[in-house]
Write a protein that binds this ligand. Structure first.
Ligand code: SAM
Ligand code: SF4
Length: 353
């Protein structure tokens, strides 16, 4: 069974897409999707070791010279915004708060025109003392990852005793006026699934918007298996045991989360069913890794080295065209549910989640 049925033939030859690309400045693909939402990994490093993402001992990090400099990154972001129609930029990693000079980088991104909406996905460690400066620099919204409010469970999942730092970071983000403050949570069978309702209650009480993400096969140690994944259906059943959920009425568009109002609203909860209810047909994303590779999908096996182009003297239009061609080759869906699915070589932390 195909992961997603777009009702369109796949137009790929043995070496990629065979269909000629129309002359269009935007990041279009052969299925008519247009990517306007750029996920940028600022670093592959992290100070947690979440078991669904990284092995306990960490990973061999990219050497410093491999990572895009601020000037190289800014050049790519300017090309994305000015030439390719990118309207939304999300900073991620690894842990984006570990990127030196983050506040200055955000201020530079906020000067791009048309001004992109600017968000960040972070584990929240160290955010408490930086949230105001990040907001002042131009950050608009934030997603903070929090899988549990139980310190022992946090330690079991993240392998670091840092729950209080994350909770302080969440509070600081709200006080700094970042809006909305979203919480990303992954449920692991037998570890934190029984705490799902507690986490939702905590988020509702604090005005945070909780989003559960189905665990995906993107961990560096290839430990994912379908049996252990807590599915969207299971997540909803766990929540319905304690809350009344009614589907939110607004159209979902390219947003990955299916959203429910909790006990009549206004509090809500979302479920991102990347595996069991893929939303690839509405995908608006393009991705840039910390070492300057552009990818059309988290699950791509192909990527294009833009850093090499930059460092070899390519002009802006050559870089833009390489980015367009990468997106033109975007597959219909991620194929996790296909028999021949192969996990991408780069783990989530090195792509940017
Ligand atoms: N370090 C930051 C953080 O944790 O928010 C940003 C990078 S992290 C890779 C981005 C998001 O991906 C987090 O919300 C994390 O929970 C999620 N994530 C990581 N591995 C995942 C997996 N195997 N399946 C689903 N989500 C995952
Ligand atoms: Fe680090 Fe985020 Fe991966 Fe956790 S999910 S190990 S915080 S990159």
């Amino acid at each position: 069974m195909s992961a997603v049925n777009l009702g369109l033939p796949r137009m790929r030859g043995p070496h990629g897409v065979s269909e000629p690309r129309p002359d269009n400045p935007a990041l279009i693909d052969t299925f008519g999707r247009v990517a306007t939402d750029l996920r940028v990994s600022l670093t592959d490093r992290c100070n947690l070791r979440c078991s669904y993402c990284m092995p306990a001992e960490g990973l061999p990090w990219l050497p410093g010279e491999a990572v895009l400099t601020d000037d190289e990154l800014m050049r790519l972001l300017r090309i994305a915004v000015e030439r390719l129609g990118v309207t939304d930029i999300r900073l991620t990693g690894g842990e984006p708060l570990l990127r030196p000079g983050l506040e200055e980088l955000i201020a530079r991104i906020a000067e791009l025109r048309p001004r992109p909406r600017l968000s960040m996905t972070t584990n929240g460690i160290g955010l408490a003392r930086r949230a105001v400066r990040l907001a002042e620099a131009g950050l608009n919204r934030i997603n903070i990852s929090l899988d549990t409010i139980n310190p022992e469970t946090f330690l079991a999942i993240a392998r670091r005793d840092r729950l209080s730092h994350v909770l302080d970071g969440l509070a600081a983000a709200r006080e700094a006026g970042l809006d909305p403050v979203k919480v990303n949570a992954v449920l692991l069978r037998g570890v934190n699934e029984h705490e799902a309702a507690d986490l939702l209650r905590f988020c509702l009480d604090h005005g945070y918007h909780l989003r559960f993400i189905e665990q995906m096969p993107l961990d560096a140690q290839h430990g994912w298996n379908r049996r252990d994944m807590v599915t969207a259906e299971e997540i909803l059943a766990l929540l319905r045991a304690e809350f009344t959920l009614t589907p939110a009425s607004e159209p979902r568009g390219g947003a990955p989360a299916e959203r429910w109002l909790v006990d009549g609203g206004p509090g809500d909860v979302g479920v991102i069913a990347s595996v069991t209810r893929p939303f690839c047909s509405a995908c608006e994303r393009t991705r840039l890794t910390a070492d300057g590779a552009v990818r059309s999908c988290l699950f791509s096996n192909d990527e294009t080295d833009l850093r090499g182009l930059l460092r070899n003297g390519a002009d802006d239009e050559e870089v833009a065209q390489a980015w367009r061609m990468t997106m033109w080759g975007k597959l219909a869906g991620h194929e996790i549910n296909d028999a021949g699915f192969a996990q991408p070589i780069r783990p989530m932390s090195a792509i940017g989640g």
